[in-house]
Design a protein around this ligand. Structure first.
Ligand code: 5GP
Length: 120
């Protein structure tokens, strides 16, 4: 698979500071910020700082430090947002996954029941 990264995508612009964001957590390898169109009381996006298009790209090519940093950010978000009754995590990839922004991100959704896994 050839993963061509478009550095003009909106999350690349957020990482460069060209577009503001509501940051929840940041470390050396990842940034977590609130989704601009929240689908639940908690809707946070966790993104790596490196140029990865999708989950499969990140899983294949990110370094161990980048992967640990990403999941450390996921952990920090879950801790900070206090969702004792649980949450939904979603990584959409490419067309069939309905991915809109071509920079790998994990949605963390909580604060209310999120319903069945898929509605097609
Ligand atoms: P996808 O469909 O790619 O998995 O999700 C992309 C998400 O990015 C959507 O939930 C959308 O609301 C969010 N989003 C798009 N543009 C912006 C933006 O400029 N700022 C923030 N915070 N979220 C955005």
């Amino acid at each position: 698979m050839n993963y061509a990264y478009d550095d003009q995508n909106i999350f690349a612009k957020i990482l460069r500071g060209e577009i503001p964001n509501d940051t929840v957590f940041e470390n050396e390898h990842a940034l977590a910020f609130r989704d601009i169109r929240p689908q639940a009381p908690v809707h946070v996006l966790v993104i790596p700082k490196g140029p990865y298009v999708s989950l499969d790209h990140f899983a294949r090519d990110a370094s161990p430090d980048e992967q640990v940093g990403f999941f450390a950010a996921v952990s920090a978000v879950c801790e900070a947002e206090q969702m004792p009754q649980g949450f939904r995590s979603i990584c959409n990839s490419r067309d069939h996954g309905h991915q809109e922004v071509p920079h790998f991100h994990m949605h963390i959704l909580g604060g209310k029941p999120t319903g069945p896994m898929l509605s097609v």
